[in-house]
Design a protein around this ligand. Structure first.
Ligand code: DQA
Length: 164
């Protein structure tokens, strides 16, 4: 199925945005690092980008690793792409790593900040090895970029020429 149109059932391809622990505090939490926009602002931005690309956006935020793992399981066979800002779980959750490894769609890792420019423990991502790519350091713009990248990879995979 191409995301440039609905499939035969009229369903728009689905892009799942996952938000990990503490991201619900965006807007109040360390604004000097993460900015003043709220998670709702970022989800709205991602939603508009998804709509522009012909996708339906679904979003889940949770403080709990198990919820995120279960969401990835549920995405199998129903979701074309996952954009994931796993917060601090990006650096520690091998369970999330394994769940994403078992997901056969596109995976884009997302961070508001640039973890490579911060504390040493943030320089390891356990999501990165199972992601098609990472968008980091662009603040709220990253939500648009990550959604657009995921949508274009889905379309490239389904209908574009190899390597596009
Ligand atoms: C973050 C970066 C992580 O290191 C941190 O734990 C977060 C937010 C980001 O979006 O920049 O919670 O994922």
């Amino acid at each position: 199925m191409s995301a440039s149109g609905n499939d035969r059932t009229g369903r728009r391809p689905v892009l799942l945005l996952l938000s990990g622990p503490n991201l619900g505090l965006l807007g109040e939490r360390q604004p000097e690092i993460y900015g003043t926009a709220t998670l709702a602002d970022h989800v709205d931005r991602a939603d508009k980008a998804a709509t522009r690309s012909g996708f339906e956006l679904k979003h889940l935020q949770s403080e709990h690793e198990a919820d995120l793992v279960a969401a990835v399981h549920n995405a199998r066979g129903t979701v074309e792409a996952i954009v994931v800002n796993a917060g601090a779980l990006s650096h520690s959750s091998w369970a999330l790593h394994d769940a994403l490894a078992a997901f056969d769609g596109i995976v884009v890792e997302l961070h508001l900040s640039n973890p490579d420019a911060r504390e040493p423990w943030r320089r390891q991502s356990v999501v990165a090895p199972v992601a098609d790519g990472t968008v980091a350091g662009f603040g709220g713009l990253g939500y648009e970029l990550a959604v657009e990248a995921a949508a274009r990879l889905v379309n490239g995979r389904n209908s574009g020429p190899p390597g596009a």
